[in-house]
Design a protein. Sequence first.
Length: 220
Amino acid sequence: MENTASRLDEVRERIARVCKPARREPADITLIAVSKTHPAERIIPLVEAGQRVFGENRVAEAAAKWPQLREAHPDIELHLIGQLQSNKAEEAAQLFDCIHSLDRVSLLTALTKAMDKTGKRVPCFVQVNIGGEPQKGGCPISELPEFLAQVRLSGIPLAGLMCIPPADTEAAPFFALLAKLAADHGLQGLSMGMSGDYETAVMLGATHVRVGSALFGARE
């Protein structure tokens, strides 16, 4: 518990430290604790230390461990940060408070249908394939204006843009590009930055950072 609480304090302190030169308020950055692959007993110490926003990669994994945790702590927010298959859209819309991986028309159609059915409107970030990597999900930059127009017409709340920069490269140029794309399209939400680069992301405008190993330690 002490170790987990101290890690949480350190991440929060680092965010606050970076906010000063960036002339930002720490309260404007949402820290998402990425709890994927970690069992409930690893998550509870973070909840007890005051963390309330968590991120999962898979619908099935979240469904297995979060309902009981949220029953005990109804103020917890759960974010889907991994790729979402269209056939899981309805389950995701019921389970999550925010989705960070809306990236294609087929998923948009499935989520719109699911939210119409459940009556729950879940804010979504549009994931951008910021490095043009064929193996990665995300809307191609060239198709972003048209896709954003379709999302706005759908009635799904548009939270902003999300990206995962290419591995083993300097993340800053990709974060700066995402911030420019968001500004060009009148969007303020920026989901970017993970354990290795969240400070850079905050400096460049991130509103949501997705931090796993810096909070939970190395993955088992």
